[in-house]
Design a protein around this ligand. Sequence first.
Ligand code: NDP
Length: 385
Amino acid sequence: MSRTITILGATGSVGASTLDLVRRNREQWQVGALTAHSRAGELASLAREFGARLAVIADETQFPALKEALAGSGVEAAAGREALCEAAARPADLVMAAIVGCAGLAPVMAAIEQGRTVALANKEALVSAGEVMTAAVERHGARLLPVDSEHNAIFQCLQGGRLDEVRSITLTASGGPLRTWTPAQLDAATPAEAIAHPNWDMGAKISVDSATMFNKGLELIEAHHLFPIPLERIRILVHPQSVIHSMVEYRDGSTLAQLGPSDMRVPIASCLAWPERMETPMPPLDLAAVGELTFFEPDEARFPATALARQAAEAGGAAPAVLNAANEIAVEAFLAGKIAFSRIALSVRSVLEAGNLPPAPRTLDDVLMIDEAARAMARERLEVR
Ligand code: NDP
């Protein structure tokens, strides 16, 4: 029996890893909708290859190019943000949410409102919407399967255990490519240096987040929503080899960890096959070749992002959405060569601490308004368009 998968963000890094696994198991999957932002040519060729029913491009100016590239293929084409949500809401056994940023939030919510099983890579959506999303999951009988390698590891370590027996959760962090750099070196870090992750091959935004440690900060908030235990019991530990993807300590002193290669196809496969297991092309884990696993406390003086994220998570309400929006704008400005690396965290702090946080969001529209206002403030403070 084949299952239907929809992939939001099909042309990205997580999209490619997901499609690689689907390609290896073609008889098990029908591809429903595939979406992208602006790369119409790439989207059309994936839609043709996988015989997708629908291809949606978010950027409407690319609609003519998409239609032309799909001519005669039998794949339906659509464009715009509404069309993204309609694609996400179509019947599917699994919706892979792999758009980057809060731009993915409305489509994720559209899938949740249909009670779908959503494999969630798009952490910014959950960070921004928080309880609005988790309440919708509950209300509509949807399910979130965590794709992020750390959260997928925790999810696996919790199989057979109960959250009320958990003493602590430890999120491991590689520390990123700039982990050992001095403050002066960090200040001068270029986008190419920040993106050159030692262990993972990922999209540009998450690579920069990994270099600033905002990725771990966002993951802290993500973990708090997915595995609701008190924040102070969720820890961050730098582990440069990225072999242990996260750990759960139970109250009897047992710690369970999930280990594996630094390849997103492992956690993605765990979501695709859940609650079963599937083959992946990964070679067996060779710990003798790895030799040594090391661990360090995070240095929040050089990398203040995790402290800022904890502050936002503790404040709750609108704060995580503000933190996320300010970070998205700062990363965009850094990647465009408009600001220095160290200004990313400074800028997020200044938006977060500007005072007068809006009231806690209760609906998707509230979250989108908070996101928009925080983006405007971040742009203004950075003086970038
Ligand atoms: P990429 O930048 O590689 O891909 C992003 C995808 O989203 C592309 O398909 C892109 O389309 C699409 N997209 C971008 N902006 C918009 C928009 N405004 N509206 C609609 N679609 C959009 O990102 P990643 O695959 O690296 O990351 C995706 C998500 O998964 C992120 O939230 C990230 O944090 C998370 N994640 C990623 C991991 C990884 O290994 N890459 C690991 C764990 C989590 P187009 O190609 O046309 O621009």
